[in-house]
Write a protein that binds this ligand. Structure first.
Ligand code: FAD
Ligand code: MLT
Ligand code: ZN
Length: 451
């Protein structure tokens, strides 16, 4: 197999040396560690197809990997003996932006690269989050990722016009050319969105770009006395600010960890929670100031109009993830609940965790507009982890929520998918998997437990 892989992609792109493989064998959090026979880096769709044909013939499992910033263990070869990690990083070509504002990007292009490319053509890319310099658009589509602009532009699925992917057999599906409107049967590109590397390897994606946000913008970091106040503030901001571009939530424990990285306290007093709002458009700072003066629930606030000050306020949100990892190896969850269930969930989550792991630290933050909470837990004893995760996910399911709102199921949550997807849905998913990857070679153990 290794010799065939070398002849398919070149010796310099088949990494078998343990030192060269190491970075691909562990995830961003350090929670998921595995081993692979080789990291293979094809440079074209044809080379991806050749690699998958070789692996199919030899019965070798394949773990697709983009930027390896995924947070659910789906991008690393854990418990998959003899697997090949197929890195998409060399598939990073960007075609010119077309007249309708779509662009075909290699799956291995980073979010930041697509953002820059879009900007140079007078457009913007609707996806953005803190891992923008490493996360790839292929990974974003594979996980239906969300981020900081979902309020405005929706998740990865909403940016996807069409995809090119290679199936386990080596067959190539390509829907990245031609018209943007298409009603010819099954939406195979849409099916690949959120498939987490279990149905095919995305090689190119055609993305719908968005108009750039106006340069005039304002950001506020608002201290609130709880989540009911945060949701009241959001509702008022939505009504008052047509240019609202972000609404993020940071709990007190999350802010405290971010401050440990050296950021100064943003407000004079500490608050149970903080809301970061961003609005864009002419008069943004005045509009935001006026909206906060009228809105309920504002305890205290700091506002910023110029770019450097806005970036400074954004750090209180974007540094939360690194700050958590600086404090330990967290259990990370990315749940969502119906909007009216958010305050109760916020209250119940810490107690649910401490009932099973009294010494655990629960850090809550997330995307307020989608009621998408990141439940991060530190210092949970290893033998309590499954019970703690299950309790949180059951609470979410009981509230009518989703056990994953943006990171995907991965290995971390595969055994709990049935909490929020019905038996009929699971059977349909398994049937799709069996049809497209009958030998189960693409990302075994991810998404569908036992796959
Ligand atoms: P990887 O981590 O390499 O892979 C993720 C999954 O996609 C794996 O299952 C992998 O097999 C599969 N995959 C990757 N590429 C392909 C491909 N070409 N074809 C088929 N399958 C593929 N996520 C959010 O949604 N919102 C956020 O706000 C957010 N913030 C983050 C902040 C930080 C600091 C970090 C570290 C991560 C954050 N993430 C966030 C998580 C992560 O960036 C996303 O899940 C992202 O989509 C992963 O992209 P990637 O290229 O790193 O994919
Ligand atoms: C975020 O919103 O910052 C991310 O999804 C990362 C995380 O969950 O830590
Ligand atoms: Zn997030």
């Amino acid at each position: 197999v290794d010799a065939a892989l070398v002849s398919a992609v070149g010796a310099e792109h088949v990494l078998t040396d343990p030192d060269l493989r190491a970075a691909a064998e562990v995830d961003w959090t350090g929670r998921w560690r595995g081993a692979c026979r080789a990291v293979v880096r094809p440079g074209s769709t044809e080379e991806v197809a050749a690699v998958l044909r070789i692996c199919a013939d030899a019965g070798v499992p394949v773990v697709p990997q983009g930027g390896n910033t995924g947070l659910v263990g789906g991008s690393v070869p854990v418990g998959v003996p003899g697997a090949v990690v197929l890195s998409t990083r060399r598939l990073d070509a960007l075609a010119p932006v077309d007249a309708t504002g779509t662009v075909v990007a290699g799956a291995g292009a980073t979010l930041a690269a697509v953002q820059r490319h879009a900007r140079a053509a007078g457009w913007a890319f609707g996806l953005d989050w803190a891992a923008r310099d490493s996360a790839t658009v292929g990974g974003a589509v594979a996980t239906n990722a969300g981020g900081l602009r979902v309020l405005r532009w929706g998740p990865a699925r909403a940016q996807l016009v069409g995809a090119e992917a290679v199936l386990a057999s080596g067959a190539v599906l390509s829907r990245v050319d031609g018209p943007v409107k298409d009603s010819t049967g099954y939406d195979l590109s849409g099916l690949l969105c959120g498939s987490e590397g279990t149905l095919g390897v995305l090689t190119r994606v055609r993305l719908r770009l968005v108009p750039p946000l106006p340069a005039e913008r304002a950001v506020a970091l608002v201290g609130v006395d709880g989540v009911p106040a945060a949701t009241g503030l959001l509702a008022a901001a939505r009504r008052a600010l047509p240019g609202l571009a972000a609404a993020e939530l940071v709990g007190a424990a999350a802010l405290a960890l971010a401050l440990r990285l050296g950021l100064p306290a943003p407000l004079d007093a500490e608050w149970p929670a903080y809301v970061l709002l961003e609005t864009a458009g002419a008069g943004a700072l005045d509009d935001l100031t006026a909206a906060l003066a009228e809105a309920p629930g504002v305890g205290d606030a700091v506002l910023a109009g110029d770019a450097a000050d806005r970036a400074r306020l954004w750090r209180y949100r974007e540094e939360v993830t690194p700050a958590i990892s600086a404090a330990g190896v967290p259990i990370k969850l990315d749940i969502s609940v119906p909007a009216d269930a958010l305050p109760a969930a916020w209250e119940a989550l810490p107690a649910t965790v401490s009932a099973l792991a009294p010494g655990a630290q629960v850090v809550l933050f997330g995307h307020l507009a989608e009621s998408n909470l990141h439940v991060n837990m530190l210092s949970v004893p290893a033998d309590r982890e499954p019970a703690v995760v299950e309790a949180v996910l059951r609470l979410v399911a009981g509230a009518g929520g989703s056990i994953s709102a943006e990171h995907g199921i991965g290995r971390a949550k595969a055994r709990w998918l049935g909490l929020t997807r019905s038996a009929a849905e699971l059977a349909a998913m398994r049937a799709v998997k069996a049809a497209l990857d009958p030998a189960g070679l693409l990302n075994p153990g991810v998404l569908l437990a036992g796959s």
